[in-house]
Design a protein. Structure first.
Length: 258
């Protein structure tokens, strides 16, 4: 089983496929994944099978560690392009997420005012007003939408609890364009069933969702590391380019990561 966990609150900077020089923030536990999805392609592996008490990194500690790292980078003459909330699962699950975003904005403005702030989220927490408002404050509000059909998204993302595609699309549209939609395209098999979100029917429905959401950009990519399910295959660059052309023709700026 593939597992790639971040063992620190602040990690990097790393060269991101999508974002440039990225300083990462992991708000989730350092020793296990915590997510409201259990995606079959997740580089962090599966969610733990047993429930456990989650000890979130306190807001004050996150602020302290971030300030230390930003000052260290400043002293070394190394500037991040972006400060990215990612890590071992869904960052918006942190109960102090909104306050941590506020702290990060203050530190960014003080130390690296040119840097962007990004959040990589699966969009399952955007029904919470404080999370929605916090995401609206960052430059790169990157939210997942992994297909056109509800059953396809459920098969790929394995939501913990219920998932309603219509409601999710409606909530995403309420950002009024202040968001980036991120979609992973993949093929393969899982539990004896075909997995493929690249069919024309799937793409057509996905494009309809994009037209309702009206994101300022669409990021499309495929797997680049090992996955917990070994029967998955990456989508070739040529096919991603074909999908990107359809997105561009629909009027949206598109970025490909192959």
């Amino acid at each position: 089983m593939a597992t790639f966990l971040f063992d620190k609150i602040i990690f990097g900077p790393v060269k991101s496929r999508r974002l440039g020089v990225s300083l990462g923030i992991n708000l989730l536990p350092n020793d296990s994944k915590l997510c409201s999805f259990n995606c079959i392609y997740c580089e962090c592996g599966w969610n733990p099978e047993e429930t456990y008490k989650v000890n979130f990194h306190p807001r004050a500690i996150v602020k302290e560690k971030l300030e230390q790292k930003l000052n260290e980078m400043k002293n070394q003459g190394e500037a991040p392009d972006v400060i990215t909330f990612a890590g071992n699962g869904e960052p918006c699950m942190h109960p102090e997420f909104a306050g941590i975003i506020d702290d990060t904005i203050v530190l960014r403005d003080l130390i690296f005012p040119e840097a962007r702030i990004a959040v990589l989220s699966n969009a399952t927490m955007i029904h919470k007003p404080d999370v929605f408002d916090a995401l609206n404050k960052v430059e790169d509000n990157i939210l997942k939408l992994d297909g056109g059909k509800e059953q396809t998204i459920i098969a790929l993302d394995q939501p913990v609890g219920t998932f309603n595609l219509e409601k999710t699309v409606d909530l995403l549209s309420k950002f009024n364009g202040n968001l980036i939609i991120q979609t992973l395209f993949i093929k393969g098999e899982y539990k004896g069933k075909s997995i493929d979100n690249t069919s024309q029917e799937e793409i057509d429905l996905w494009l309809q969702h994009l037209k309702k959401i009206q994101p300022r950009e669409v990021m499309i990519y495929t797997i680049s590391r090992d996955t917990p399910v070994e029967t998955l295959r990456k989508v070739e660059l040529a096919e991603l380019e074909e999908i990107a052309k359809m997105v561009e023709d629909a009027g949206f700026s598109t970025q490909i990561s192959a």
